[in-house]
Each structure stands twice: as structure tokens, then as C-alpha cells.
Design a protein around this ligand. Structure first.
Ligand code: ASP
Length: 318
């Protein structure tokens, strides 16, 4: 009888400990002052739609990694964001994409960089994590693996974007400033906590307009663009990738929580403030094991949204 009671207490404690769940997403930080109210509405609608569907996965007991992969791939399929279909061009007018995903339960992780024909780099990153002994595949090797496992390959023309070409030529001063496109499109990411208490994170990007051919940013780098560690946090970063690599931003949030005992909010906002002090622009989204969400940024805006079992849907740009 006493044993049964103990078991009951343990089981109910376990259920209670995992009762929180939720998801946060971002569509990049940057200068977004040129967005018309119509553009803002379209972006907010897309973010809300994705959040609600990803939340449903979690509500129905699905895993955080499924919710993260779903949310990021939805954004990759949209021309509104700098990832997948909407990827920006490098200096050679080529789109090279990077992505990574991590599961906080066992730190399993997968990443791809410099791929040109993968419809959903985040899905390939997950397959690398789950179906190979490796974490990170780049370029032709990553694309050969994608072919081998039947991942969707598209012709590079699928990613063609006149607007992104103008963005590039503008940056190279090849077009007159009247053709200026004022809005900036951003990298995408998601972090989630599921009912089993597992935290996952994922990030996907076309990188930075006018980047050198072969340049890889922080987004596919585990610890910089993406980090997930059960009991602490899941993080997806966006911003000037070189700084995010040097300051290991995504992992740094969890490290400060683990060793300094800081809250998610404190750890996240302090690191973004420190980056601002050294002229590094960007932001991040983060979730902890209680489904608290932090979304600090030091730029004018960051497309972001969250929905958890204890808070209403929240979608913002500025
Ligand atoms: N962090 C991305 C990169 O450096 C860019 C971005 O987030 O806007 O590739």
C-alpha cells in the first residue's frame, strides 16, 4: 500500500513536472523600418499560422523536434524570409543555404552548409543527425546524401528572387538608390519544449546578402546559431553571424543559466546587450524547461512569436 502510494506520488509529480510546453519562432532580426503595414500584416499572419500549427503538434503530445522542424520548414517554403525559398544571394549571385537542428534530450544534432538545391535544409539537417554518424555535412557531399535518402532536391531556379537580386546589386552599388528595397528579410528559427520535457531548437538561413562564396555563418553552427539542452534552454539566433560564432551565443545562454544560475530572461537579454556594446547586431529566441520564453534583440525589429500552454499567442515585429 505504502509502495503504491509512493508510485502514485512519483507518477503524478512526473506528469506535473512536464505539464508545460510551448514554441517560439523568429523570422530574423534587422532593419525592418521599410515595412508597409500591409507587409507587416502578411508576415504576422504567416507567423501566427505557423505557430498555431506547431503548437498543435505539441498539444497533441508530439515531440519538440517535430514542432521545430515543422515551423522552420514552413518558413523555408515562404518567400517572406531569408531561408529556403526566400534565400538571399552571395556576391556571385548564387544562393547558398545553411541550417541546423538540435535535440536537447541527448544533444543529437545535425547541420548543413552551402547547399544550393535542397528545398528544406532543416529537414536534411535532421536526417544527418538521425541517419548518419556525423553532425555537419556541407556542399556537394550534403547534396549527395540528400539524393541518397530521397530528400527533396530542386533546381536552383526554384529559389530565384528578383527582389533578392536587387538587394544584392544595391549592396554592391550596382543599381540606383531609387530601386532601394528598404525592408530586410531575415533568417528563421524555432525553439520548443514538449510535454515529455524535451527541448529542441533549429535555425535556417540564406546567410547574408553579398557574402563571399563559401562563407558560412552562425546558423548551422551548433552552439552559435542553435543550441538545445534539456533542463536549461533551447536557443535560435539571428544577426551578424561572425559575432555570433565568436561569442558562441546560443550555448552561452544555457551556460550562464547552468553555471551562473541566471534566469532565461537575464541570460538572454544580457548577452544581446553585450553584443550591442561591441557593435554586433542581432537577437535570439529562447525557451526554458518551464516554457518561459525570451526574445531579446538589439536591432530595430525582429520578427518573432510565441505560444505556450501558459501564455497567449504573441506575434511582433518591433
Ligand atoms: N545569422 C545569419 C548569418 O550570419 C544572418 C541573419 O541572421 O540574418 O548567416
Amino acid at each position: 500500500m505504502k509502495n503504491k502510494l509512493c508510485l502514485l506520488v512519483l507518477v503524478s509529480f512526473n506528469i506535473m513536472a512536464n505539464e508545460n510546453f510551448g514554441i517560439a519562432v523568429h523570422g530574423g532580426a534587422g532593419v525592418l523600418s521599410g515595412l508597409s503595414s500591409e507587409q507587416q500584416k502578411i508576415i504576422e499572419q504567416q507567423v501566427s499560422k505557423t505557430l498555431l500549427s506547431a503548437y498543435k503538434i505539441l498539444e497533441q503530445g508530439g515531440s519538440s523536434i517535430d514542432a521545430v522542424e515543422f515551423a522552420v520548414s514552413e518558413f523555408e517554403d515562404s518567400p517572406l524570409f531569408n531561408a529556403g525559398k526566400g534565400s538571399v544571394y552571395n556576391a556571385d549571385e548564387v544562393q547558398e543555404m545553411d541550417a541546423s537542428i538540435m535535440h536537447g534530450k541527448d544533444r543529437s544534432a545535425g547541420a548543413v552548409a552551402s547547399v544550393k538545391r535542397i528545398k528544406n535544409p532543416i529537414k536534411l539537417a535532421r536526417k544527418i543527425s538521425e541517419n548518419t554518424e556525423h553532425v555537419f555535412l556541407v556542399g556537394d557531399g550534403a547534396e549527395s546524401f540528400a539524393e541518397l535518402i530521397g530528400e527533396t532536391i530542386v533546381d536552383p531556379s526554384y529559389f530565384y528572387s528578383e527582389k533578392n537580386l536587387i538587394r544584392l546589386r544595391k549592396q554592391k552599388n550596382l543599381v540606383a538608390s531609387e530601386t532601394n528595397i528598404k525592408d530586410k528579410i531575415g533568417t528563421v528559427g524555432a525553439v520548443a519544449l514538449d510535454r515529455m520535457g524535451n527541448i529542441s531548437a533549429g535555425t535556417s538561413t540564406g546567410g547574408m546578402t553579398n557574402k563571399m562564396s563559401g562563407r558560412v555563418g552562425d546558423s548551422p553552427i551548433i552552439g552559435s546559431g542553435t543550441w538545445a539542452q534539456n533542463n536549461f534552454c533551447g536557443v535560435s539566433s539571428t544577426g551578424h553571424g561572425e559575432f555570433f560564432i565568436k561569442y558562441q551565443v546560443a550555448k552561452e545562454v544555457c551556460t550562464r543559466m547552468e553555471y551562473l544560475g541566471q534566469s532565461l530572461e537575464d541570460a538572454s537579454s544580457k548577452i544581446i546587450r553585450e553584443l550591442d556594446d561591441i557593435g554586433a547586431s542581432g537577437g535570439l529566441i529562447a525557451i526554458d524547461k518551464f516554457a518561459n520564453v525570451a526574445m531579446p534583440f538589439n536591432t530595430k525589429g525582429m520578427i518573432r512569436g510565441s505560444l505556450t500552454n501558459k501564455s497567449d499567442i504573441n506575434v511582433k515585429i518591433y
